[in-house]
Design a protein around this ligand. Structure first.
Ligand code: UDP
Ligand code: MG
Length: 330
């Protein structure tokens, strides 16, 4: 039985590097070159699990070329684009190593950190995650929305997500298995990682810009991602309406008392179109917003209930030296 405070100084773990690829054709050769060099330097046994997330360019062909050149490279081709979270889930499930490292394909997560992550793992940490020292490579809008998101998320959920930590992280096999066991379809990974816990530590790093290509994240995607995260980990947006309702009821009770009192004293006073309109529109708005929030949750319940798989694998490729046929599909 392993213990959290176990000394792993002299263990030789097998490393699984998991990377998602969505239309990354121009930088794949550079990715393999950089990453393989660093993995070889560790002197440990390793594998690279590449997930082709339904790319529409020649990403798969480039990945297969890498896999042919190196039998430790495994390529998982998803049946369409499922998104980064699903691709990471697929990669983690296909990985076999004692430690699993998630890394972006665009080399924005510096692979040089891998050996430092391993050192931390040897010290007994089960999770070592990268934290960006600065967000200089991001636009102002992205920085503001990111910091706002972390603040709101961490206030609303009992399992805070470290700010500016991405998916770049090393995890012990035990952690990977626990994350895999979480049955939900909405894979908000940062939240899932925070939820499973375990002994964790951070490594600060500077995040460079992309080496090639461009980010697949539009503001609309980020907004929906944030909604997924919030609704998967907090019911606060649902519960808040109880209090809004109570406050509005209390105010209207006070106002009603005032009106009754005034009518008794000075009699009926008909003008009131403006105030009526304001109250009706205000309450109508509030009700629609609260309905919308309920709808957000209901939609997600619907998705969970359908129990569709998080991703579908089209083919798994892994080549022996000098072998050109795809490995058995699983
Ligand atoms: N990615 C993916 N599926 C998607 C979008 C992105 O697998 O639908 C991968 C992408 O290939 C890259 C990683 O996720 O390896 C991070 O994507 P990106 O660089 O666009 O995000 P950013 O660095 O801006 O957060
Ligand atoms: Mg990137």
């Amino acid at each position: 039985m392993k213990d959290a405070s176990v000394d792993r100084t002299n263990t030789r773990p097998v490393i699984s590097l998991v990377a998602p690829f969505y239309n990354e054709e121009p930088l794949i050769d550079r990715f393999f070159k950089t990453v393989i060099e660093i993995l070889q330097k560790t002197g440990l046994e390793w594998e690279i699990v590449c997930v082709d997330d339904g790319s529409s360019d020649r990403t798969l062909e480039r990945l297969l070329a890498g896999a042919r050149a190196n039998p430790a490279v495994k390529v998982l081709q998803l049946s369409r684009n499922f998104g980064k979270e699903a691709a990471l889930t697929a990669g983690m499930e296909a990985s076999a190593g004692d430690v699993v490292i998630l890394i972006d394909a665009d080399l924005q997560d510096p692979p040089e950190l891998i050996s430092r992550m391993l050192d931390k793992w040897r010290e007994g940490y089960d999770v070592v995650y990268g934290v960006r020292q600065s967000r200089d490579s991001d636009s102002l809008g992205k920085r503001i929305s990111a910091s706002g998101f972390y603040r709101i998320f961490n206030r609303l959920t009992p399992t805070p997500v470290p700010a500016n930590a991405g998916d770049f992280r090393l995890m012990d096999r035990r952690v990977v298995d626990r994350v895999r066991q979480l049955p939900e379809r909405t894979r908000f990974m940062k939240g899932l990682f925070a939820w499973v816990g375990f002994k964790s530590t951070a490594i600060a790093y500077d995040r460079p810009g992309r080496v090639a290509g461009q980010s697949a994240w539009s503001y609309w995607k980020l907004w929906n991602f944030a909604l997924d995260g919030l609704t998967s980990f907090s019911t606060m947006p649902l519960r808040v309406w109880t209090y809004v309702g109570l406050a509005v009821s209390l105010l209207s009770f006070l106002y009603a008392s005032f009106l009754i009192f005034r009518t008794l004293i000075v009699g009926v006073d008909l003008p009131g179109y403006a105030s009526l309109m304001v109250v009706i529109l205000f309450l109508g708005g509030i009700q629609l917003i609260s309905l919308g929030v309920i709808g957000e949750y209901l939609g997600r319940v619907f998705i969970e209930v359908k129990q569709r798989p998080v991703y579908l694998v089209d083919q798994v490729y892994q080549f022996d030296r000098g072998d050109a046929a795809p490995a058995d599909d699983s």
